[in-house]
Design a protein around this ligand. Sequence first.
Ligand SMILES: NC(=O)CCC(=O)C(=O)O
Length: 278
Amino acid sequence: MRASLLQIAVNEDETVGARRERVASLVREQAGSDLVVLPELWPTGAFAYDLFEEYAETLDGPTVTAMAAAAAEASVWLHAGSVVERAPDGTLYNTSVVLGPDGGLRSSYRKIHRFGFDKGEAAMMGGGEEIVTVRLPGTGAGTGTDGTVAGLATCYDLRFPEQFRQLTDAGAELLVIPAGWPARRREHWTLLARARAVENQAYVLACCSAGTHGGVEQAGHSRIIDPWGEVIAEAGEDEQILTADLDLSRVAKTRADFPVLRDRVLGLPDPRPGARDA
Ligand SMILES: NC(=O)CCC(=O)C(=O)O
């Protein structure tokens, strides 16, 4: 599978509409890749809270429509990063969408862990309630019988390993993580992305924004990491396109050769009472 991560610069001197057109054209240029990935909330910026209400859209709104057309034109699977979704009851969600090579909506995922400690996204948005995997037929030799199984998570979710273990249990071989991670915690971004690959023995596609918006400089450093934890491609700090060929058969091979997932002990006992004081 050839994967391309588009590390988009999200700056305030570009309008949402202009960025949408620019990104659509970048997606169209990725013909020949199997899977293209965009960052979290790239239309507005993950920290541009003042734009969330104005640019909230349904999943047939302007961003998803433009990305669907671009995916179909390039004939690629497109993980279109996330958009501010407005649900029928008015609730906003940070929602990732996956589009097929015909432009059809194949899956969506509402970010479960909202960032902001009761402010920002955490105050403005509802939290997702579903663990989501999506099968990508035609994307190469996965452990599945019909293409690769991708597990979806978004930015702050990266700090919650239990979500990724559930994705692995649901069959994920490839973990796709769009982000708008701040530069000031870049070390956490790179460390945790690698940890999720090692502990789940899965490919990780971690696609962050570049640029600065809402006063928050973005980390960049998008990465493609193999099931052994090796970083096979890494971006710098500026807008960049990162492409690598993934050998999905390595997921099953790594899990068979070094079977830590098999060795899990499920249902660990509760801590022994008083053990802390012993
Ligand atoms: N957009 C986010 O989820 C930011 C997460 C973050 O800043 C962190 O986990 O640190």
